[in-house]
Design a protein around this ligand. Structure first.
Ligand SMILES: C[S@@+](CC[C@H](N)C(=O)[O-])C[C@H]1O[C@@H](n2cnc3c(N)ncnc32)[C@H](O)[C@@H]1O
Length: 281
């Protein structure tokens, strides 16, 4: 492993705003962020108080907790934390050296309403209590285009069922992607399972969307991968929807048939998944 990575791994171990595979956190995020804001260090996770109610709707002193999944360097988690001091933001990613970037910026700027968890998203149920999360952003996840990997797409019903276990009822999910295939797949899931689609555009920075009443300052936050244009689509796609229904398992087979029928174009992201080197500079 490179020297730079080792330095970053060592640094995040000392950061109070990075937790690596933390144990026993469900219900404790309110207490954790209060300590982070007061700089009441070191934060001992074992002694954090568990909130009786996690939902801001039930307890006004609860700040909404918003997740950024596959956060990488955490541009959304940090950018949203700057915009919304009255909410708390948590970036999740498996790569500690990427998380280091966002956590370092937050430390430098003194932003106390953002933190990071190093973990597999598949394990996220271990970290949150029922209704503890208000909203989820999924930013430029790997599109997992191969049919055999479809279940790894972060908007696959299997993941949506996972999120539903800790999202507040009707909780909103945002997806930003440069992959037209992932965008269409997600729209298909929303339609097939009868979820509520709030916004969808295949060109979030296009004049029509920018000038529409749907535009929102949050969409202007740019991530590292966003700038790479890996899918070569030259367009950023955005979807906002609610997970407001039980996702029936008996639809999964229909979805499988539908995605098998998708013609996946050989874009850069498909090539990258086949291991063909693509220029990401
Ligand atoms: C294409 S990058 C996007 C990063 C960032 N959101 C951006 O736009 O720059 C995808 C990120 O997802 C993370 N990732 C992929 N699968 C994951 C998983 N199962 N659990 C946690 N992180 C994962 C990777 O480590 C990587 O940082």
């Amino acid at each position: 492993m490179g020297q730079k990575k080792l330095i970053k791994f060592a640094a995040i171990k000392q950061y109070e705003n990075v937790l690596e595979y933390p144990q026993g956190m469900p219900g404790k995020w309110k207490a954790y962020f209060e300590k982070l804001a007061r700089e009441d260090y070191p934060i001992s996770l074992d002694t954090l108080e568990i909130s009786s109610s996690n939902s801001p709707k039930k307890n006004a002193s609860n700040k909404p907790l918003v997740l950024e999944l596959a956060c990488g360097r955490g541009e959304y988690a940090v950018g949203l934390a700057r915009l919304f001091p009255e909410q708390n933001f948590l970036g999740l990613d498996i790569k500690g050296n990427r998380i280091w970037k966002g956590a370092s910026i937050a430390n430098k700027e003194g932003i106390k309403n953002v933190a990071f968890v190093r973990t597999q998203i598949e394990q996220s149920i271990q970290y949150f209590a029922k209704e503890e999360v208000a909203e989820i952003w999924i930013t430029f996840p790997d599109p997992q285009l191969r049919l055999s990997k479809a279940k790894k797409r972060l908007t696959h019903p299997q993941f949506l069922r996972l999120y539903q276990q800790f999202l507040q009822p009707g909780g909103i999910v945002h997806l930003k992607t440069d992959s037209p295939n992932l965008y269409l797949f997600t729209k298909t899931v929303i339609e097939l399972y009868g979820l509520t689609l709030l916004t969808a555009t295949d060109d979030v920075y296009g004049t029509a969307f920018l000038q529409s009443d749907k535009w929102d300052e949050r969409y202007a936050i740019k991530t590292y991968y966003e700038g790479l244009n890996i899918a070569s689509s030259n367009r950023i796609h955005y979807i906002q929807f609610k997970i407001d229904k039980v996702l029936p398992k008996d639809k999964d087979e229909t979805l499988k048939e539908m995605i098998a029928a998708f013609e996946v174009t050989e874009t850069h992201d498909a090539k990258r998944e086949r291991g063909v080197k693509v220029n990401e500079n």
